[in-house]
Structures are given as C-alpha cells and as structure tokens.
Design a binder for this molecule. Structure first.
Ligand code: IPD
Ligand code: CA
Ligand code: CA
Length: 292
C-alpha cells in the first residue's frame, strides 16, 4: 500500500519480516518482568512534583527494552521516560527512534491495580511508524503499523462510530499537578453531562487503546510526555480515530503535549460543528488554552 512515507520506507520495514513480532515479543517479556514484581519491594521513589513515582521496575524494564530493541533494530535511537532519556534530541527526527514508556500507569502498578502497560512507539523521520502497547495483567496486545490498520491480540480493531451522547469518555488523572487537575475537572464536568459518563483509568496509553478498540469514545489530558501517547496515538489513528492537541492541530511528535483523542464518530461530529459536540469541542479547546 502506498503511504505518505513512501514505498522505500515500507520496503525497508517489510524486509525485516518478523520485526513487529519481535517488538511484540519484547513487550511481552517486559510484561513478564512487571508481573514478577508481585509481592516484592518495588523501591518506590518520588520524582519531580507530587505523586510522580518511579520504581526499580520502571528502570529495569526500560533497560531491558533498550537492550532488546537495539538487537532488533541496531540503527535506532531511543527516547524513554526513565534513566535520563526523556528529551527529544536534535537529529531524533531523522531515521528510526524508539519511544518507550516501560510502565505507563506506575501509580496503579504501585497499588497493584490494573491497568498498567508497557508501550513502545517506533518513529520514522519524526512521525510514528509502528506502535505496541501491552497490558500484562489482562494479556492484551495492541499494535499498529502505519497504513496497515490496528490490532488487539491479532484481531483488527476500529474506533467507535457512536456519537458523544452514546459514549463513555476517559479523562487524564495525573496526580503531580493540581493546577492541571483543576482544569481537567472543569472539562470533565462539561463532558460528563453530554455522554454516558467519564472514567479515569490511570494509564494514558491504555486510554488510547480503549478508544482505538471502540470501548471508549475519546480521551483528553492536559499534559503528557511523548512516551505517553506515541504508540497509542498511532494505534488510534490506524483504528480510524483522531489525535490532536487542544487546538485541534496535528501533534508535533517532538515532546510533551496536551491531547484530545477522539473516536471516528465523535471526531466526525466535532468536525461538523454539531450543536452539542462541535461547540463543546470549542469549549474544550478554549479550556485547553489555559495549558498549565
Ligand atoms: C502517567 C499515566 C497517567 C497520566 C499521567 C502519566 P506514568 O504515566 O499515563 O494516566 O495521567 O499524566 O504521566 O507516570 O504512570 O508513566
Ligand atoms: Ca506514562
Ligand atoms: Ca512510566
């Protein structure tokens, strides 16, 4: 299939026939490490701000993935949440770049409460090319390659066509910024009265996969790192959904951003400026402008 990235890149990727299987296998092994943490000392540390945690397992899984993925694609560079690899560097927009969140949902992980996932995005020349999100507790493997659709455990997935009024929505739940939380709460108040209800799972990548697989109508969060939405953002787009910043603009895929992720149905409503969803989307964007 012809893609915006051209046949050359596609051939390059396809010439490594088991590439996706090997990346998925790495994510599965990472999930095994995460599951093995049950009942042991996680060595929880607080990072910058309040309720922003890292454990021995976040670091261990990122080290494991960096090593394993380097074996799979030696020429790739790396960006990951932990171990001082969290900044998009000059030159990262050229060639292959793995974007890793070893455990997305660390606070859930600390409390032994599903969901927490491992996410691996693979960018090619500055835009997402492939994505894998693995939820070890439920053994759910979400994946996508640009132009080839999105999958959950090998089955093709599609985002929902339902309108906002018939959907569940997902909101971000970061505990580390009370200012961002206050704005998100106001958004949630507005969303709540227009849909079947708003939920908060505690994992950005899982939220994107829930939207991609048609369970949720969308997800919004004020402030995320690239590793929180790189893999899931591609999976959602490949499932027919849409991910933008709060102004409705395409993401830069260069670093932190607020995001609005919508199913096909709600994105269509928003684009048409439907009396409810459309104007609501404008309010959403206005509130988002108070980026905190
Ligand atoms: C967090 C989770 C959470 C979101 C936070 C993220 P982490 O990632 O995705 O759902 O609300 O903004 O930082 O720290 O658990 O990898
Ligand atoms: Ca994360
Ligand atoms: Ca993390």
């Amino acid at each position: 299939m012809e893609t915006m990235y051209g046949d050359k890149d596609r051939k390059e990727f396809d010439s490594m026939p088991d590439m996706m299987e090997r990346i998925e296998e790495a994510a599965r092994e990472a999930g095994g490490i995460i599951r093995s943490a049950h009942g042991v000392d996680l060595q929880v540390e607080n990072k910058e701000g309040r309720a922003n945690f890292v454990t021995r397992y976040d670091r261990m899984v990122q080290d494991f993935l960096t090593k394993r993925l380097r074996e799979i694609l030696p020429e790739a560079k790396f960006l990951g949440e932990e171990n001082g690899m969290d900044t998009f560097q000059p030159g990262d927009e050229d060639g292959w770049l793995f974007v890793i969140d070893p455990i997305d949902g660390t606070t859930n992980f600390i409390h032994n409460m599903h969901p927490f996932v491992t996410s691996i995005g693979l960018m090619k020349d500055g835009v997402p090319y492939a994505g894998v999100v693995y939820a070890p507790v439920t053994d759910q493997m979400f994946s996508a390659v640009r132009g080839q659709g999105a999958y959950e455990n090998g089955q093709r997935i599609h985002s929902s066509k339902a309108p906002l009024s018939e959907s569940i929505m997902l909101s971000g739940s970061a505990g580390f910024s009370m200012e961002a939380f206050a704005v998100a709460q106001e958004l949630t108040r507005q969303v709540q009265e227009r849909c079947h209800g708003v939920r908060s799972t505690g994992s950005a990548e899982y939220n994107l996969c829930m939207t991609a697989s048609g369970r949720a109508g969308g997800y919004y969060e004020m402030r995320l790192g690239l590793w929180d939405f790189c893999a899931g953002g591609l999976i959602l787009e490949e499932a027919g959904g849409r991910i933008t910043d709060y102004y409705g603009r395409p993401l830069s895929w260069r670093g932190p951003s607020g995001i609005v992720a919508l199913s096909e149905g709600i994105a269509r409503e928003a684009a048409k400026g439907m009396p409810d969803t459309g104007s609501f989307y404008d309010r959403w964007k206005r509130l988002g402008q108070q980026q905190v």
